[in-house]
Design a protein around this ligand. Structure first.
Ligand code: NAD
Length: 512
C-alpha cells in the first residue's frame, strides 16, 4: 500500500529530525535514532535523533531561565500567547490530524478530532487566564485580612502516551502555560513526529512574540534514561504522567521519593451497564463507538458490557451484527471505521488476552482474528472482538489495550454495580437507562466508583470542560477542565495585619 508522505514537509518533518528542543532544535546526531514506522503499512516514515543526558541538562537550563521571565508576565498576557497557539493549530488542523493518523493509526476523523480538542483546550485556557481565582477568607482577628493566591509552580514535565499523541500534551501544557509554568514534554517514542510537528507550530508563535524558546520544550528519548532522569530531578516540581498503570506506579514511586507532585492519568477498565429500561438503539451506537473507536486504544474504551438478563440475547445479537459492519483498513481512507493497532506487539497482547480468556472458560462470540493480505501487510489489523466472560477471570480485571469487549449478564442493579466496581481501575463508567431510579442509584455514593460517570452516553469521548481522570489504579489525577488548573500552581495563604496590635490566633496570650 503506497502512502503519499509529501504533506510532512508542511509540518516541518524531514527524513531525519532532531528530537530535542529548548528554544532551538539541538543537533544530537550521536544519539541513538528512532525509526518511525506507520502501522498503516509498516513502512518507515522518518527518523528522530533521541536526546542524550547532556542535552537533557541544556533543556532544563533553558526552561529554568524562561520560567524567571514567564512567571512575571501577567496571566491574561500568557493567555494571549495560548490564543495565538490555538489560532495556529486551527490552520494546521487537517495536516496535524493526518499525521496523528499516519503515526498511530486512528481514523482520520478521530485524528482531526484530537487536534480540535487541542483548539478547544486553548480556548478554555485563554478564558482561564483571567480566572485563576483565589478565595477571600474571614479572619478571626480584628483588622486582619486573609486570602489565598495562586503562583506559578515552575518546570512541569509532561510525559504522554501514544494513543492521544497531541491532545494530552495540550491538556497539560496549555493550562500549565497560562498558570505561568514552563513545560518539558516527553512524548511516547511511538509518536515522536506529531510531537515535533506541534513543537514547530508552537515555536513559530513563541518566536514571533519575541519570547524565550524555553517556555515550551521537547525531549524525545528513551523512558528508561531521559524519562527516568525527569522523575528523579528535583528541579521539576510536577510530573504529569499519562500511560499504563505499571509505569504510573514507577512514576509515583520515584517522584514521591523526592516529595515531588504528580498528576497520574493511567489505565482504565471501563464498563457500560445496559438495563432493561435502556433505549437499545442509542445503547448500540454508543457501545460500538466506545468499544471499537480508536481500535480499542482509548483509556476510556468500553472493555466490559454488563447487560440485564431480559435484553441480553437480543442486544448481543444486534451488537454482533453491528460489529460485522465495521469497515477495517487504511485509516486515512473515507469510510474506514477501524484502523490498525499501533504495533505488532499490541496484536500479540490482544491474542494473548484471548488465549487467557479461553483458558479461564470464556467464549469468543465474534472477531478476535488477525487480518492478512496485501491491505493488512503491517500485521497490525485485527477484527474487533466480543467475548462472553466473568468478572472473576483475571484477564477481565486487566486493561488489554485492544478492541476486546467482555460481556456479562446481570439480574439486579446492585449486582451490576458490584461487577462494574470490582476491578482495580476506576476511570470511566456509563449506564443506559430511562429509569430515574436506576440512574440515580448509579450516580449515588454507592453507585459507580469512577472519576467519570455517564448516563445514556458511552464511556469515551469526554468534553474538555470537565476535569478528566479516574480513581483507584487509574491514579487519581485530574486534567483539562473545571479546576484541574490548581494542580499546576502553588497555593499561598496570605494573612495581613493592618491594625496596630498583634493578636494571636486561637486567642493565645503570649507574654502580654
Ligand atoms: P506506557 O506506559 O507504555 O508509556 C507512557 C509514557 O511513559 C511514554 O512516554 C513512555 O516513553 C514513558 N516511559 C517509559 N518508561 C519510562 C520511565 N522509566 N520513566 C518515565 N517515563 C517512561 O503507555 P502507552 O502504551 O504509551 O499508553 C497506553 C496507556 O496509557 C494505557 O494504559 C492507557 O489507558 C493509558 N492512558 C491513560 C489516559 C488517561 O487519561 N487516564 C490517557 C491516555 C492513555
Amino acid at each position: 500500500m503506497h502512502l503519499d508522505l509529501s504533506f510532512l514537509k508542511e509540518l516541518g518533518i524531514n527524513d531525519n529530525n532532531s528530537g530535542v528542543y529548548n528554544g532551538n532544535w539541538l543537533k544530537s546526531q550521536n544519539a541513538p535514532e528512532i525509526e518511525v514506522t506507520t502501522p498503516i503499512n509498516g513502512k518507515t516514515i522518518a527518523s528522530v535523533y533521541q536526546a542524550t543526558l547532556d542535552e537533557y541538562e541544556s533543556v532544563i537550563t533553558e526552561a529554568q531561565k524562561a520560567f524567571k521571565l514567564w512567571r512575571n508576565i501577567p496571566a491574561p498576557k500568557r493567555g494571549e500567547i495560548v490564543r495565538l497557539i490555538g489560532n495556529e493549530l486551527r490552520k494546521y488542523k487537517s495536516l496535524l490530524g493526518k499525521l496523528v493518523t499516519l503515526e498511530m493509526g486512528k481514523i482520520l476523523p478521530e485524528g482531526e478530532g484530537e487536534v480540535q480538542e487541542m483548539i478547544d483546550i486553548a480556548d478554555f485556557a485563554v478564558g482561564l487566564s483571567r480566572q485563576l481565582y483565589g478565595l477571600t477568607i474571614a479572619s478571626e482577628r480584628e483588622k486582619h485580612r486573609m486570602y489565598e493566591q495562586w503562583h506559578p509552580l515552575g518546570t512541569v514535565a509532561v510525559i504522554t502516551a501514544f494513543n492521544f499523541p497531541v491532545a494530552v500534551w495540550s491538556w497539560n501544557a496549555l493550562i500549565a502555560a497560562v498558570c505561568g509554568d514552563v513545560i518539558i514534554w516527553k512524548p511516547s517514542s511511538e509518536t515522536p513526529l506529531t510531537a515535533i510537528a506541534v513543537q514547530n507550530i508552537v515555536d513559530k508563535v513563541v518566536k514571533e512574540q519575541g519570547l524565550p524558546g524555553g517556555i515550551f520544550n521537547l525531549i524525545i528519548g528513551p523512558g528508561s534514561t531521559v524519562g527516568q532522569r525527569m522523575l528523579e530531578d528535583r528541579r521539576i516540581p510536577l510530573v504529569s504522567f499519562t500511560g499504563s498503570i505499571p509505569m504510573g506506579k514507577l512514576v509515583a514511586e520515584h517522584v514521591g521519593r523526592r516529595l515531588g507532585k504528580t498528576i497520574l492519568e493511567l489505565g482504565g477498565n471501563n464498563a457500560i451497564i445496559i438495563t432493561g429500561n435502556a433505549n437499545l438503539d442509542m445503547a448500540l451506537r454508543a457501545v460500538l463507538f466506545s468499544a471499537v473507536g480508536t481500535t480499542g486504544q482509548r483509556c476510556t474504551t468500553t472493555r466490559r458490557l454488563i447487560i440485564h438478563e431480559s435484553i441480553y440475547d437480543i442486544f448481543l445479537e444486534r451488537l454482533i451484527n453491528a460489529y460485522k459492519q465495521v469497515t477495517i483498513g487504511n485509516p486515512l481512507e473515507n469510510g474506514t471505521l477501524m484502523g490498525p493497532l499501533v504495533k505488532k506487539s499490541a496484536v500479540e497482547d490482544m491474542m494473548h488476552a484471548l488465549e487467557e480468556l479461553k483458558k479461564a472458560g470464556g467464549r469468543i462470540l465474534y472477531g478476535g482474528e488477525l487480518l492478512e493480505g496485501e491491505e493488512y501487510q503491517s500485521g497490525c489489523y485485527v477484527t474487533p472482538c466480543i467475548a462472553e466472560a466473568k468478572i472473576e477471570y483475571d484477564i477481565v480485571r486487566h486493561e488489554t489495550f485492544a478492541p476486546i469487549l467482555y460481556v456479562m449478564k446481570y439480574t439486579d442493579l446492585d449486582q451490576a454495580l458490584a461487577i462494574q466496581n470490582d476491578v482495580p481501575q476506576g476511570l470511566s463508567s456509563s449506564i443506559f437507562s430511562t429509569s430515574m431510579l436506576e440512574v440515580e442509584q448509579f450516580l449515588g455514593p454507592d453507585g459507580s466508583d469512577c472519576g467519570i460517570a455517564n448516563v445514556n452516553i458511552g464511556t469515551s469521548g469526554a468534553e474538555i470542560g470537565g476535569a478528566f481522570g479516574g480513581e483507584k489504579d487509574t491514579g487519581g489525577g485530574r486534567e483539562s477542565g473545571s479546576d484541574a488548573w490548581k494542580a499546576y500552581m502553588r497555593r499561598q495563604t496570605v494573612t495581613i495585619n493592618w491594625g496596630s496590635s498583634l493578636p494571636l490566633a486561637q486567642g493565645i496570650k503570649f507574654g502580654d
